[in-house]
Design a protein around this ligand. Structure first.
Ligand SMILES: Nc1ncnc2c1ncn2[C@@H]1O[C@H](COP(=O)(O)OP(=O)(O)O)[C@@H](O)[C@H]1O
Ligand SMILES: O=C(OP(=O)(O)O)[C@H](O)COP(=O)(O)O
Ligand SMILES: [Mg+2]
Length: 395
């Protein structure tokens, strides 16, 4: 990576404005997986140890441009305080405006200020220049350590670099180097497992992925949209109607790439989105009217496990089902167990996928656990991510 990093700066007396990805899975105010927070600590500690005051900013979820208590970063500030014992962690209730500015100016070297969710302002995702400039006013030097959000060209990940010197943090540097090395010349067979809920976001990278891998295993919400594209009635399942045409085109075109695409043959369906809903296993052609697919079924899992068992390199992003609800976790945990047994390189990325692998107790069995899901997939496409492109080049 030909970008300046935190090592290239004299931090004494400087205000470091650090973009992290603290978009952690939550249940109410409880953080269910702290991987992304732990992953950013080396950069924060380094800045504090080198004489800086540290202003930390992140998004959480998708509040769509309006303040919403459900997506507040306040619980994350409390957690950060717990992780950084001995350091004072302040919290600002808005990421811009007079209170944030005053808090940033009052910050002492060795102290931390976490700003409220950037996405409470619609300008963040629009990469609005005035908003980027308002954020930039809070610090002297900008650090991007948010690998998980590096595929977004937003005000805090891209636009802001026009107003401040911009360097990479340790996590950003590590992710790019580890993923680049692991995937430069992958040992084959190379399999990709794709699931999760961000269908329209991720469907566009599949064509490129298919040109790289030998097998593409699709599950989770992503599979529902593909099954709908094949004409199956999916009941009340999560299907992204806008992505169905793309799914069709992908399936029509993929044969030419030589990549085998596996879709579920059976599903675990439920009559409600709830752990105590009525549920059954059915063929993909038999989803009952009004029911929803919340996991891949046992036959599909067995096929996916066999395919993963043959592979020498596996990349996985996106849970196979709603693993947060115990009755629908088996597809995801089963895939995690299969990856843990692979004699080769295994990379798991994504806030929720990593949370699942942690819950399964298998994170240490993976070659690399990445904080980026969508970011990892776009990184694989080979183009420089907007959050990296914006950083200052090394001299
Ligand atoms: N069949 C499904 N229906 C609805 N949601 C699903 C389904 N399968 C997986 N999900 C959801 O997908 C979410 C994770 O998707 P995503 O954010 O794309 O993955 P990651 O964070 O690993 O990149 C999880 O919260 C999970 O509950
Ligand atoms: O959680 C994230 O991505 P992921 O779900 O693909 O792992 C990142 O924080 C990006 O969030 P976004 O997809 O709402 O821009
Ligand atoms: Mg996610």
């Amino acid at each position: 990576m030909n970008k300046r990093t935190v090592r290239d700066v004299d931090w004494t007396g400087k205000r470091a404005l650090v973009r992290v990805d603290f978009n952690v899975p939550m249940e109410g105010a409880a953080i269910t997986d702290d991987t992304r927070i732990r992953a950013a600590l080396p950069t924060i500690r380094y800045l504090l140890d080198n004489g800086a005051s540290v202003i930390v900013m992140s998004h959480l979820g998708r509040p769509k441009g309006t303040p919403n208590a459900k997506y507040s970063l306040r619980p994350v500030a409390a957690y950060l305080q717990h992780k950084l014992s001995g350091v004072t962690v302040h919290f600002a209730e808005d990421c811009v405006g007079p209170a944030a500015l005053q808090a940033a100016r009052a910050l002492l070297p060795g102290e931390v200020l976490l700003l409220e969710n950037l996405r409470f302002h619609a300008e963040e995702e629009k990469n609005d220049a005035a908003f980027a400039r308002a954020l930039a006013e809070l610090g002297d030097i900008y650090v991007n350590d948010a690998f998980g959000t590096a595929h977004r060209a937003h005000a805090s990940t891209a636009g802001i670099a026009a107003y401040l010197p911009a360097v990479a943090g340790f996590l950003m540097e590590k992710e790019i180097s580890v993923m680049g090395q692991a995937l430069a010349d992958p040992t084959r067979p190379f399999a990709a497992v794709i699931g999760g809920a961000k269908v329209s976001d991720k469907i566009n990278v599949l064509a490129h992925l298919a040109s790289k891998v030998d097998a593409l295993l699709i599950g989770g919400g992503m599979a529902n949209t593909f099954l709908a594209a094949q004409g199956f009635a999916m009941g009340k399942s999560l299907v992204e109607a806008d992505a169905i045409d793309t799914a069709k085109r992908f399936l029509d075109g993929v044969q030419a790439s030589g990549c085998r695409v596996l879709l579920p043959v059976d599903l675990v369906v439920a009559d409600a989105f709830s752990a105590d809903a009525a549920r059954q296993v059915c063929a993909v052609s038999e989803v009952p009217d009004g029911w929803m697919a919340l996991d891949i079924g046992p036959k599909s899992l067995a096929r996916y496990q066999a395919e993963i068992g043959n592979a020498k390199t596996v990349i996985w992003n996106g849970p196979m089902g709603v693993f947060e609800l115990a009755p629908f976790a088996e597809g995801t945990f089963g895939v995690a167990r299969a990856l843990a047994k692979v004699d080769g390189v295994t990379i798991v990325g994504g806030g929720d996928s990593v949370s699942a692998v942690e819950q399964a107790g298998l994170a240490s069995r993976m070659t690399h656990v990445s904080t980026g899901g969508g970011a990892s997939l776009e990184f694989l496409e080979g183009k420089t991510l907007p959050g990296v492109a914006a950083l200052s080049d090394k001299d």
